[in-house]
Design a binder for this molecule. Structure first.
Ligand SMILES: Cc1cc2nc3c(=O)[nH]c(=O)nc-3n(C[C@H](O)[C@H](O)[C@H](O)COP(=O)(O)OP(=O)(O)OC[C@H]3O[C@@H](n4cnc5c(N)ncnc54)[C@H](O)[C@@H]3O)c2cc1C
Length: 319
């Protein structure tokens, strides 16, 4: 019996769709590693500050496009955000981005903060409205009501590089998905350079959102925000506030690992890396990581995606 015939009897032929997927994967690995940016929050104590600087030192060699530092809405972290961003600018080669919220601030306060940042060489602002505290009627007569107004105000101060927030699953306060998209367009039309999304887990949800944004005439980059997850119970609470869906498969993957932190971390890295790789197959090449001031997970995910301290070809690893 000819050998080909024998083989075809023993082995099922590989379906064409599987071969196509493998070809896609090979192509994916052959591509340049994606770009990344990292988000930190300002430390509350000396210990936390020390830890953050260790995290920054660990992640800096991955050469992120920028690193951003969050801001407590209402200005609760004003000094700490400022100090962290300025220190990053002075002591590292990284490009820092300062988050800034306009809720409960006057236009004068915002102008003053923005002018100080510009004078200190901070060129990138993540411009946000912030969450309105319960009971607040937004009675400030001289404040910005929405982030698009803040963007316009910042642009009057100087030509900042501005990022704004986008919501693939719609902002919880929006009256409709369409109006939320209009709000995003207004921020970009006001001069923002890119949007960064709220974290999400369903790749399809993000890709549909991207389609809707393109149809609405938004051509600007919409960078997916990636949250590596280890604690599902905590995540559920947080996700509920943000309007992010936590899929069953995610809970299932992390189920039963409460007492096994190392295993949980491995699985969490795998989940986020898989999410990024699916997005890369759709042409996405920049990911914004919510690091929660921890280096290990983000570092592991970046490594899987081919991001190295000294950039090497990811192809050689699998050829
Ligand atoms: C990447 C990212 C980073 C973040 N960083 C921080 C941070 O550092 N600190 C912090 O406190 N929060 C942060 N947030 C959370 C954010 O502040 C909240 O989600 C906040 O509730 C909305 O901010 P925004 O800038 O998206 O607001 P906006 O774009 O102003 O939108 C707020 C709501 O108002 C609606 N809206 C907008 N314009 C209008 C209009 N003209 N008329 C009627 N409705 C309108 C929108 O649809 C939306 O529902 C961040 C979120 C993301 C995605």
């Amino acid at each position: 019996m000819p050998q080909e015939l024998l083989l075809s009897l023993v082995f099922e032929p590989i379906p064409a769709s599987t071969l196509a997927q493998l070809a896609n994967l090979r192509e994916l690995y052959a591509k340049r590693a994606p770009k990344v940016s990292f988000e930190f929050f300002p430390p509350k104590s000396d210990d936390a500050e020390k830890k953050l600087w260790e995290v920054i030192a660990t992640l800096a060699p991955l050469k992120p496009r920028f690193v951003s530092v969050t801001y407590g809405a209402g200005g609760t972290t004003r000094e700490r955000t400022h100090a962290t961003v300025v220190r990053i600018r002075k002591e590292t080669p990284l490009t820092p981005a300062a988050h800034l919220t306009c809720v409960q601030a006057t236009k004068e306060e915002i102008r003053e903060i923005a002018e100080t940042y510009w004078a200190e060489g901070i060129r990138h602002i993540v411009a946000l409205r912030g969450d309105v505290p319960q009971g607040d009627t937004r009675s400030i007569g001289n404040g910005y009501r929405y982030a698009n107004e803040l963007v316009a105000g910042l642009k009057e101060v100087a030509d900042f590089d501005i990022s704004v927030a986008a919501y693939p699953e719609t902002h919880p306060e929006a009256i409709s998905a369409e109006s939320d998209l209009d709000a995003l367009k207004a921020k970009l039309d006001a001069g923002a350079n890119r949007a960064i999304t709220q974290f999400f887990f369903d790749v399809e949800v993000y890709l549909r959102f991207l389609d809707r944004a393109r149809v609405a005439g938004i051509t600007t980059e919409i960078v997916p925000g990636i949250l590596p997850v280890t604690n599902v119970a905590q995540l559920r609470k947080f996700a509920a506030m943000c309007g992010t869906n936590v899929p069953e498969w995610l809970s299932h993957l992390l189920d039963g690992l409460d007492e096994k932190p190392e295993l949980r971390t491995l699985i969490a890295a795998m989940i986020a890396a898989e999410q990024c790789r699916m997005l890369m197959l759709s042409g996405i090449d920049h990911f914004h990581f919510y690091t929660l001031n921890r280096a290990e997970l983000t570092q592991a995910i970046c490594h899987i995606l081919g991001i190295r301290e000294a950039v090497s070809s990811p192809t050689s690893a699998i050829a």
